[in-house]
Write a new protein. Structure first.
Length: 132
């Protein structure tokens, strides 16, 4: 959800460290290899790669829905600003990966949920950046 007091798109003036939640395994219990799926949208990622979503914020009215006077974002890359918030939202079937929203990326930030939604994200390295 976009916080009503923070409803404008921001541009990162430097790299922003964030934490993203992924599934540990597929629906059959098989551990993922180099490709993993995100918790929020089920998007397939590889470790150590940069991802960009071109239309993440261009068509606000068609990409957002009003839900109890909040805008909810279904596009873009979802992540958390703190490890503790990511841990609060992860289940035992998930792991957390340290990622980066790169300088110049556009993003929204909801301080009450400590959640980012950005148009760019760089996933961390498997051996170095996996938490949990």
């Amino acid at each position: 959800n976009i916080h009503s007091k923070h409803s404008k798109v921001k541009k990162a003036t430097s790299d922003i460290v964030c934490y993203k939640i992924f599934y540990k395994s597929d629906i059959y219990g098989n551990q993922y290899g180099t490709r993993v799926r995100s918790m929020h949208r089920g998007f397939k990622y590889e470790f150590g790669e940069c991802y960009y979503e071109d239309n993440a914020f261009n068509k606000q009215l068609s990409h957002y829905q009003i839900y109890f006077s909040h805008y909810q974002i279904y596009s873009g890359f979802h992540s958390y600003s703190t490890l503790s918030e990511a841990k609060n939202n992860a289940w035992h079937t998930h792991f957390i990966l340290k990622c980066v929203i790169p300088e110049g990326a556009k993003y929204y930030y909801n301080p009450s949920k400590k959640e980012y939604v950005s148009d760019y994200i760089i996933t961390g390295e498997y051996k170095k950046d996996v938490i949990g």
